[in-house]
Design a protein around this ligand. Structure first.
Ligand code: HEC
Length: 380
C-alpha cells in the first residue's frame, strides 16, 4: 500500500496537499486499492464511465466525479448508484459488473484522478503499423462480389467490423479493428474505409482484397470518437483526420499510408473565457464545398473549420457556437452544416462557405440528430 501512495506522489499528484494535512486524518479519509485492483478499476472506468464523466472525471454528460464530491457520497451510496443507476440518466451496471468490481469502482472514483498519459507524434509513429504497403494494393477487385453494395457493421463489444454482401446477404468477413469502433468513414470511391475506435486506434480497410483486409493502423489517442477523410479537389483521399477525447487534440494522417503527420491540441479557452484542459473532439466531418473539415470541440463550444490545403500553415476558423457539441449533418445543398450542442439543448447552424455560424435554435432535451434526421430533435 505504501509503495502505491509513493507512486502517486512520484507522478506529481498534489503531494503538497497530502503533507499539509495531519497524517492521521489523511489516512483515515483516504480510500485505497491495491495496485492491481486500482489498474482494473481504472480500465473499467475508462471503458464504461469516461465517455460520460470524462477521463479527468470533471464531468461531461454525467456529473463531475472528483474526490471532493464522491467522498461525500461515500462507498455505500456510490455502490448503489453504480449498481442500479439513477433516474437522471445514469444507467445501471449490475448486469455488466460483479459486486466486487462495483465496489472497486466506487472506491476508485473516491481516489485522486491519475494523470492520463499524453501522446505525441513520435509515440503515434511508433504505434503506426503497415500490414500491406500501398504499392502492393490490388489494381482491381480480387473477388467477384459487388463491393459497392457491401454493408459495414460495427460489432462493438467484439472489437470487430462485419462486412455483409448486400446482394446475397452473406457475411463476407469479420475484421479485427480493436475496441469499440465508434465511427467509420469512406474514401471518395467507397473502396477504402477508415475506422476510429474508442481506444483511438484507426484502421484502414481495403474492400478490394479477397477477403477485405485491414491494410494499416495508427493509434492517435487513448480515448477517441471520430474520423473523416479529405474529399475536396486535389486533396481528395489525401488526408484522414482523427479526433481525440484524450489527449484532447486532432491528428492529420496520410490517407494512403496512415502515417500520422500533424497533431493539433484543442485545449483552450471556451466561449465563456474559461480555460478547458479536457476540451474533447466530439465529431469531425468533411465539408463537400471547401478543403476543410468541421471539428466539433465539445467543451469549448466552438466548431473549428480546419483547412487542409496547407498543413504547414494551418488555417483554422474557431467558430463560436454553444458548449457540448455532439453530432451533426449537412443540408441538401451541402453548404450548411447543423450540429447539436446536446447538453445546451440547441442545434447550431454553420455556413461552411463563409466559415461562420449563421444561427442557433433551442430544441427539446438533448438533441441527438445522427447523420440526417431533422425529426430527431428533442429525443434523448
Ligand atoms: C450514459 C452516460 C453515463 C455513463 C456511461 C455513466 N454515467 Fe454516471 N452518471 C450519468 C449521469 C447523467 C449522471 C447524473 C444522474 C442524476 O443526476 O440522476 C450520473 C451520475 C453518476 C454518479 C452520481 C454523482 C453525483 O454527484 O450524484 C456516480 C457516482 C456515477 N454517475 C458513476 C458512474 C460510474 C462509476 C460509471 C461507470 C461504471 C458511470 N457513472 C457511467 C451518466 C453516465
Amino acid at each position: 500500500m505504501r509503495s502505491f501512495v509513493t507512486t502517486i506522489s512520484a507522478l506529481g499528484m498534489a503531494a503538497g496537499i497530502v503533507f499539509a494535512m495531519p497524517a492521521n486524518i489523511a489516512q483515515a479519509a483516504d480510500p485505497t486499492l491495491s495496485k492491481k485492483d486500482f489498474e482494473e478499476a481504472k480500465t473499467l472506468y475508462f471503458q464504461r464511465c469516461a465517455g460520460c464523466h470524462g477521463v479527468l472525471r470533471k464531468g461531461a454528460t454525467g456529473k463531475g466525479l472528483e474526490p471532493a464530491t464522491t467522498r461525500k457520497l461515500g462507498q455505500k451510496r456510490l455502490e448503489k448508484i453504480i449498481t442500479i443507476g439513477t433516474e437522471g440518466g445514469m444507467n445501471n451496471f449490475d448486469d455488466l459488473f460483479s459486486k466486487e468490481q462495483i465496489a472497486k469502482l466506487a472506491t476508485y472514483i473516491q481516489m485522486e484522478v491519475p494523470p492520463p498519459a499524453e501522446m505525441g507524434l513520435a509515440e503515434m509513429k511508433k504505434r503506426w503499423k503497415t500490414y500491406i504497403k500501398p504499392a502492393d494494393y490490388p489494381k482491381k477487385p480480387m473477388h467477384a462480389l459487388n463491393w459497392k453494395n457491401f454493408f459495414m457493421v460495427i460489432l462493438r463489444d467484439a472489437g470487430k467490423i462485419g462486412i455483409i454482401d448486400g446482394d446475397t446477404k452473406k457475411v463476407v468477413t469479420k475484421l479485427n479493428t480493436g475496441y469499440a469502433i465508434h465511427v467509420m468513414k469512406e474514401s471518395s470511391t467507397g473502396r477504402f474505409w477508415y475506422t476510429q475506435g474508442r481506444d483511438g486506434l484507426m484502421s484502414k480497410i481495403d474492400l478490394w482484397m479477397n477477403p477485405p483486409k485491414v491494410v494499416a493502423t495508427a493509434q492517435v489517442a487513448s480515448d477517441a470518437r471520430d474520423v473523416a477523410v479529405s474529399h475536396y479537389g486535389k486533396w481528395k483521399d489525401k488526408y484522414v483526420i482523427g479526433g481525440g477525447y484524450w489527449p484532447p487534440h486532432f491528428v492529420i494522417l496520410d490517407a494512403e499510408t496512415m502515417e500520422p503527420l500533424k497533431v493539433v491540441s484543442t485545449r483552450g479557452v471556451n466561449i465563456d473565457g474559461e480555460y478547458v484542459n479536457e476540451a474533447r473532439v466530439a465529431a469531425v466531418y468533411n465539408t463537400p464545398n471547401a478543403p476543410t473539415w468541421m471539428v466539433a470541440v465539445k467543451e469549448l463550444g466552438q466548431m473549428w473549420q480546419v483547412d487542409y490545403s496547407d498543413l504547414d500553415n494551418l488555417r483554422i476558423e474557431q467558430i463560436n457556437t454553444h458548449k457540448f457539441l455532439h453530432d451533426g449533418f449537412f443540408d441538401p445543398t451541402q453548404r450548411y452544416f447543423q450540429i447539436a450542442a446536446n447538453a445546451s439543448n440547441r442545434m447550431e447552424f454553420l455556413d461552411t462557405e463563409t466559415r461562420k455560424a449563421v444561427g442557433s435554435l433551442e430544441t427539446g432535451k438533448k438533441p441527438h440528430p445522427g447523420l440526417s434526421n431533422v425529426s430527431a430533435y428533442g429525443t434523448d
